[in-house]
Design a protein around this ligand. Structure first.
Ligand code: MIC
Ligand code: SF4
Length: 643
C-alpha cells in the first residue's frame, strides 16, 4: 500500500511504535519553536532537565505575544528567554521581528522535516510540506533535549481541491468552508492532507492560511505537498537549497476524502463565539461594524497585506470603524514600506500595529462594549478579545477591508474589480533581528537573567490508587483553553507566575472557581465533548494542578490538552456512556477506587457518593502515560528515566 505525505515523514522519523492509527508512536523532532507566552515556562522546564545544549537541528525562540510592556514582567521574561537561548544553542527572534509561524515559514521551515512548537498554530508549517505539531511547553522542552515526541498515530483525511477561487474568495474562505463541513471537533485524531488540481493555484501563504486553521478543526496537523510552488517560495526566500519534492503515493489510502470545488465557494464568515459557526457574508450584510483587525498568523503574509493595501488605495475608512493592521513579520512590513503599499494603508486611516500577535490574543485593541469586531484571525472564543461582551467574527482580509470602508458587513465582491497583486520574485532578506546562539565554549560563561516575576511551578503530585474529591466545576461542550486559562494583556504577563495566574482560572465560566477549588483541597472537573480545544498553553493544566484538580472527566478531549493534563499529572477520564454527564451535579462527592488497575484495563468506576450512583468510566493510557501519572508529571518521569 502506498503512503500519504504525512505517513512518509512519520516513517522517516519513527523512533518507537507502529504506524497503525490509534496506537502511540514516538517521533524524532528536527526543529522546535517557542513563543514568549508559553516559552518562559518551557525554558524553565528545559533548564531542570540538566542538558547543556539543545539536540535538535534547529530551535528558535520567538517573541511575539507579550509585546506590550506595561510593567517589568514581559521585558524581564524576554531577557530571560534571550539569555537562555544564547546559552543553550537556540536562535532568538527579537520582538518586532514578527509572529513565530510567519517568520518560521519565511526563514527556517524545511519540507519533509518535523517541527513541534509550544503554540497550537505550529501546523502553519504544513504549508511548505513540514510535519508540524502544536504541543505543550514541556513536550517542546523534552524535544529540545533530544527526547521523542509522542502522539497517537492519526487517521488520514484527504481534501481534494478542484477548480479555482473566484476574485474576492480566498484561502480563508476555504478554511471556513472546511470548518463548516467538519466543525471544531471534526479533525480530532486526523491529519489533513490537501491535494488535487486546485492546489496548483494556491501560493505558499495561501496554503499556510489553510494549514494554520486546521488547528481549529482539532486536527493533529495539516499538510500540503512540496511542489514547484513551494520551491519558488523558498527560492524567493533565498533558501532554494532546502527544497525537496514531496507528494503522496498514487495508491495511498485515506480514511475519508472530502471534495471541494474552489470555484463554487463564496465569501464566508464565522460568527461569535466559535470558528465553526459559519454563515455566508452576504447573509449578514448590513450588520454594523465597530472594529476591523487585519493580521495574525492566519492572514498577515505579504500577499495578504498587498491585497489589503490595493483595496484600500485611494479610499478612506468609515468614521465609525477603527481599523488595525499588524503585518506578520519585519520582512512583510519592510516590503510594504519599500513598494509604497504602507502609504496606501496609512492614508486610508488605518492604525498600523507592530509585527506581533497583538489583538488576536487580546494584547491591546480590544473592542468597545458589546462591539462588533471583524478579524482576519483564527479564533473568536468568548472573551478572548479582552472585551467580555465583544462580538468577534472571523473573515478574510478582503471581507475585512469591505467592512472597514463601508462600516457594515459587506460582501467584498461588491467592491468592484479585484486589483491584481504581483508577488515579488525575491523577498527582502534581513535576518538582523535573529540572534544566533553562543558557541558551546562561550556558552559556559553565560548567565541566565531572571526577573522577580518568575515563580516556582507546581510540584508534581503522584497519582494515588484512590481518589475522593468534590466535583468542583461542571462545564459544557467545547470548553477552550481560553476558558480554562484566559489570556489577554492583563493576565499574559504572569505566565511564569502560576500562583498569580490561578486567580483567573475559568474566569469566563465561573469567577468563584479558584477560591472554591483551593478550599476543596483536591477536586475533580467534569466537562462535555472536545474539552480543552484551542491553544496549546500548558498553563490550562498547570494552573488547575496548582488549585488541586486531580482528574478531569469528560465526554471527549482535544488532542494537545489531554497530553498537557497527563504531562502535568492530572488524570483525564471519559464517560463510557456520554449521557451519564447529565447525572452529575457540581458539588457532588466523587470517588474512584483501584485507579492503578483501571489505568491498565482502561475501565474505572465513578462512585457519586452524594447521589448513590455508580457510573462506568473509560481511559486509554499507554505504559508511558501510566508511568508519568504515577510519577506525578512528565518532568518527574523524565528525571526518573535519566537517573
Ligand atoms: C493562541 O492563539 O491561543 C495562542 C496564544 O497563540 C496559544 C498559545 C498561548 O496560549 O500562549 C496557542 O495557540 O497555543
Ligand atoms: Fe499569535 Fe493569534 Fe497566531 Fe496565537 S493565533 S500565534 S495569538 S497570531
Amino acid at each position: 500500500m502506498g503512503l500519504t505525505i504525512a505517513q512518509k515523514i512519520i516513517k522517516e522519523h519513527l523512533l518507537k511504535g507502529e504506524m497503525v492509527a490509534g496506537s502511540e508512536i514516538a517521533l524524532r523532532i528536527d526543529q522546535t519553536l517557542t513563543q514568549d507566552a508559553t516559552g518562559t515556562m518551557a525554558y524553565l522546564e528545559f533548564e531542570t532537565m540538566g542538558i547543556d545544549r539543545v539536540r535538535t537541528e534547529r530551535s528558535v525562540a520567538y517573541i511575539d505575544h507579550n509585546t506590550l510592556q506595561s510593567g517589568f514582567e514581559n521585558a524581564d521574561d524576554h531577557r530571560f528567554i534571550q539569555s537562555i537561548a544564547k546559552k543553550y544553542g537556540i536562535y532568538f527572534s527579537r520582538p518586532g521581528n514578527g509572529i513565530c509561524h510567519q517568520v518560521h515559514l519565511e526563514r527556517f521551515g524545511i519540507p519533509g522535516k518535523t517541527l513541534i512548537g509550544s503554540d497550537s498554530h505550529t501546523p502553519t508549517g504544513g504549508g511548505i510540506g513540514m510535519l508540524a505539531f502544536g504541543a505543550g511547553g514541556l513536550d517542546v522542552a523534552v524535544a529540545m533535549g533530544g527526547g521523542a515526541y509522542y502522539i497517537t498515530m492519526p487517521k488520514m483525511i484527504k481534501v481534494n481541491l478542484t477548480g479555482k477561487l473566484r476574485p474576492f474568495v480566498t484561502a480563508k474562505d476555504v478554511s471556513l468552508e472546511i470548518l463548516r463541513i467538519l466543525s471544531v471537533k471534526g479533525g480530532v485524531g486526523y491529519i489533513i492532507e490537501w491535494g488535487g488540481e486546485g492546489i496548483k493555484s494556491l501560493s505558499v501563504p495561501e496554503r499556510a492560511t489553510i494549514t494554520n486553521m486546521g488547528t481549529e478543526l482539532g486536527a493533529t496537523t495539516s499538510i500540503f505537498p512540496s511542489d514547484e510552488i513551494t520551491k519558488a517560495f523558498l527560492e524567493a526566500e533565498g533558501r532554494g537549497e532546502v527544497w525537496k519534492p514531496l507528494e503522496s503515493d498514487a495508491d495511498a489510502e485515506y480514511d475519508r476524502v472530502i471534495d471541494i470545488d474552489l470555484s463554487t465557494l463564496e465569501p464566508l464568515i464565522a460568527k461569535p463565539h466559535s470558528p465553526d459557526n459559519i454563515a455566508k457574508v452576504s447573509d449578514l450584510k448590513g450588520t454594523k461594524v465597530d472594529q476591523v483587525c487585519i493580521g495574525s498568523c492566519t492572514n498577515s503574509s505579504l500577499l495578504d497585506m498587498l491585497k489589503v493595501a490595493a483595496l484600500l488605495r485611494g479610499k478612506t475608512i468609515s468614521p465609525d470603524v477603527s481599523l488595525s493592521i499588524s503585518p506578520g513579520s519585519k520582512q512583510v512590513l519592510a516590503m510594504l514600506a519599500d513598494c509604497g503599499a504602507l502609504s496606501d494603508i496609512l492614508a486610508s486611516g488605518a492604525r498600523v500595529l507592530e509585527c506581533a500577535c497583538g489583538p488576536c490574543i487580546g494584547m491591546g485593541f480590544s473592542p468597545n462594549s458589546a462591539g462588533v469586531s471583524l478579524r482576519t484571525f483564527n479564533r473568536n472564543f468568548e472573551g478572548r478579545s479582552g472585551t467580555a461582551d465583544g462580538k468577534v467574527y472571523l473573515v478574510s482580509p478582503e471581507t475585512a477591508v469591505a467592512a472597514a470602508i463601508t462600516g457594515y458587513i459587506t460582501d467584498p465582491t461588491l467592491l468592484g474589480e479585484m486589483p491584481t497583486v504581483e508577488m515579488p520574485e525575491q523577498f527582502k532578506i534581513d535576518d538582523s533581528a535573529i540572534i544566533a546562539p553562543a558557541t558551546p565554549d562561550e556558552a559556559k560563561e553565560l548567565e541566565v537573567l531572571r526577573g522577580p516575576n518568575i515563580k516556582k511551578f507546581p510540584d508534581a503530585k503522584p497519582q494515588e490508587n484512590e481518589l475522593s474529591a468534590e466535583l468542583v466545576l461542571k462545564v459544557e461542550d467545547n470548553i477552550t483553553t481560553d476558558h480554562i486559562m484566559p489570556a489577554g494583556a492583563k493576565i499574559l504577563p504572569y505566565r511564569s507566575n502560576i500562583p498569580y495566574l490561578s486567580q483567573f482560572c475559568f474566569g469566563v465560566c465561573d469567577k468563584t472557581f479558584p477560591e472554591r477549588a483551593l478550599a476543596a483541597g483536591q477536586s475533580i472537573i467534569v466537562g462535555g465533548s472536545n474539552y480543552g480545544q484551542g491553544s496549546s498553553r500548558e498553563h490550562a493544566a498547570l494552573v488547575p494542578l496548582y488549585l488541586g484538580v486531580r482528574a478531569v472527566i469528560t465526554k471527549s478531549f482535544a488532542r494537545i490538552h489531554i497530553a498537557n493534563l497527563i504531562n502535568a499529572g492530572i488524570m483525564p477520564l471519559t464517560f463510557e456512556n456520554p449521557a451519564d454527564y447529565d447525572k452529575l451535579e457540581q458539588g457532588d462527592r466523587l470517588t474512584i477506587k483501584n485507579i492503578y488497575e483501571g489505568m491498565e484495563s482502561g475501565k474505572m468506576t465513578l462512585i457519586d457518593e452524594t447521589k448513590g450512583l455508580e457510573l462506568p468510566l473509560v481511559c486509554s493510557f499507554t505504559e508511558r502515560q501510566i508511568a508519568i501519572l504515577k510519577a506525578g508529571s512528565l518532568l518527574a518521569y523524565t528525571k526518573e528515566e535519566n537517573a
